[in-house]
Design a protein around this ligand. Structure first.
Ligand code: ATR
Length: 295
């Protein structure tokens, strides 16, 4: 591509940013839409976040993604924060605000998960949903359950206190949502009568099963697996985690987290460039992402 004085620059701030697929998403979008825009990883050493945000604005950077460990720390450095991002306490997208001389913050992780599920024909409204995990990724999923008015939500985590805390926090923001913490021991008990025997939607938000620990799974009890009609694993390396394999072999539908990564990136690109990306344009990016994950 030709880079000149008019080329818009976007980037990803985080630590580390070495293995990111985000440049593939944004540079492919720019190329296929014929836009003069380039996206680069911008590693930010601990202690330099404020310099990075201010410096980014000073350098004319159009937009930035924010990843670990800065998604919460960046919030006080912003001009405005979108209500959904403020509620979950995490921002992953900064959008240049010329009037106020800084960046506004959004959370496209929630949008990404919602779009990924939607493309699979899944809406959480009225559904029985189990979330595995209570870390940063599970937070976005739990708040999406509130936003979409899920029927009943159970948060299952190795450290039960964290599941309790997350359930309480979501409940505070969505008082009518039925959400509670459960232990792995409870859900793996074949006699567990708290969960329905079929039709469960499970969002796998732990890091268990991530490459190279491909044979690990947070849960394997056939009595639990057989209750699942649809499982979404936020992991996309490997393409099929052991957990997803178990669900598929038991007859459930499955999807991995690559589509969430795609759609959170697409949503950020839409914010920066004030346009809508079609499913067809997103498909081109998905093909590229799949090639890269397989490499
Ligand atoms: P992320 O931002 O990807 O969610 P995180 O905040 O570190 O990362 O959260 C990782 C999640 O995976 C947590 O829910 C963690 O459980 P704990 O809260 O008990 O630590 C879960 N996790 C990690 N290793 C696990 C393991 N071996 N068994 C079960 N859960 C595990």
């Amino acid at each position: 591509m030709k880079i000149d004085g008019k080329t818009k620059v976007c980037g990803l701030i985080g630590h580390p940013v070495g293995h990111t697929l985000s440049p593939t998403i944004h540079n492919t979008l720019a190329q296929s839409l014929g836009q003069d825009l380039i996206y680069v990883p911008l590693p930010v050493e601990p202690g330099y976040l404020e310099d990075a945000v201010k410096g980014g604005y000073g350098l004319g950077i159009l937009g930035m993604n924010v990843t670990v460990p800065y998604k919460s720390d960046v919030i006080p450095l912003l001009k405005n924060v979108d209500p959904a991002a403020a509620m979950i306490g995490a921002v992953n997208t900064l959008v240049r605000n010329e009037e106020q001389g800084g960046y506004d913050g959004y959370n496209t992780d929630i949008i990404g998960l919602q779009r990924a599920l939607q493309e699979d024909g899944i809406t959480l409204q009225g559904q029985n949903v189990v979330l595995l995990g209570a870390g940063g990724a599970a937070r976005a999923a739990a708040f999406l359950c509130g936003q979409q008015q899920a029927g009943q939500v159970w948060i299952v985590n190795r450290t039960p206190e964290k599941a309790n805390l997350l359930a309480q926090e979501v409940k505070k923001n969505y008082p009518s949502l039925a959400i509670e913490a459960l232990t792995y021991a409870r859900i793996e008990d074949p006699a567990c009568s708290l969960l329905p025997t079929e039709g469960l939607i499970v969002l796998q938000c732990t890091s268990v099963g991530l490459y190279p620990h491909c044979e690990d799974t947070p849960v394997s009890a056939p009595s639990f697996i057989s209750r699942i009609s649809y499982a979404f694993d936020l992991i996309y390396r490997p393409e099929e985690t052991r957990f997803l394999r178990l669900v598929r072999e038991a007859g459930g539908r499955t999807a991995n987290g690559l589509s969430m990564l795609l759609w959170q990136g697409v949503a950020a690109y839409e914010y920066w460039n004030k346009l809508q990306i079609s499913s067809g344009q997103a498909k081109t990016v998905m093909d590229r992402l799949q090639e890269e994950v397989r490499d």
